[in-house]
Design a protein. Structure first.
Length: 166
């Protein structure tokens, strides 16, 4: 291992201004928001494709194969949809947890540095509570979509057997 060069030894960490810190926090929030949007988009795209495949398989009974394919393919698609929703759920929750932490740091910075109040929508505690409430309401769809798909696929898995037994 070599010793650091004299140029590397003289490098010190320059203090970061509050406005640079605010820009950094917002960039991280934007990044995490894009991550959760990407994950949610992938979940919705996969689920819509599987619903189309499921509906096609349910109506695609043929004389050659009989009802056996209706009892095989739709439940397999339902299990796949269930597993994909189950796998997507922790990633979406983790991204929202990261967003919450970055937003808390941003709020702390706004509280410490009053000259940054012009760069926030929440200038009072009531405004901050309203903003946090709206954020949670906005995240409700993304957080609950995997649960809705889990329940839906569980029902979809049972439908072919129910129809076969009727």
């Amino acid at each position: 291992m070599t010793d650091p060069s004299p140029e590397q030894q003289n490098i010190s960490c320059a203090p970061i201004s509050e406005s640079e810190l605010l820009a950094f926090y917002r960039a991280e929030i934007r990044f995490e928001s894009e991550v959760v949007n990407g994950r949610l988009h992938a979940l919705l795209a996969s689920q819509s494709f599987l619903v189309i495949a499921y509906a096609t398989a349910m109506t695609g009974s043929t004389k050659r194969w009989g009802d056996s394919m209706v009892l095989l393919i739709p439940p397999l698609l339902a299990v796949l949809g269930f597993v994909l929703a189950l796998l997507a759920w922790p990633g979406i929750r983790a991204a929202y947890a990261a967003i919450s932490k970055w937003e808390a740091k941003e709020h702390s910075l706004h509280t410490r540095c009053h000259h940054l109040q012009d760069f926030t929508l929440a200038t009072t505690e009531n405004d901050m509570r309203d903003l946090m409430r709206r954020d949670k309401e906005g995240a409700r769809f993304a957080m609950r979509a995997p649960i809705v798909f889990l329940v839906t696929w569980a029902v979809f898995a049972a439908i072919p057997f129910y129809l076969y037994l009727m």
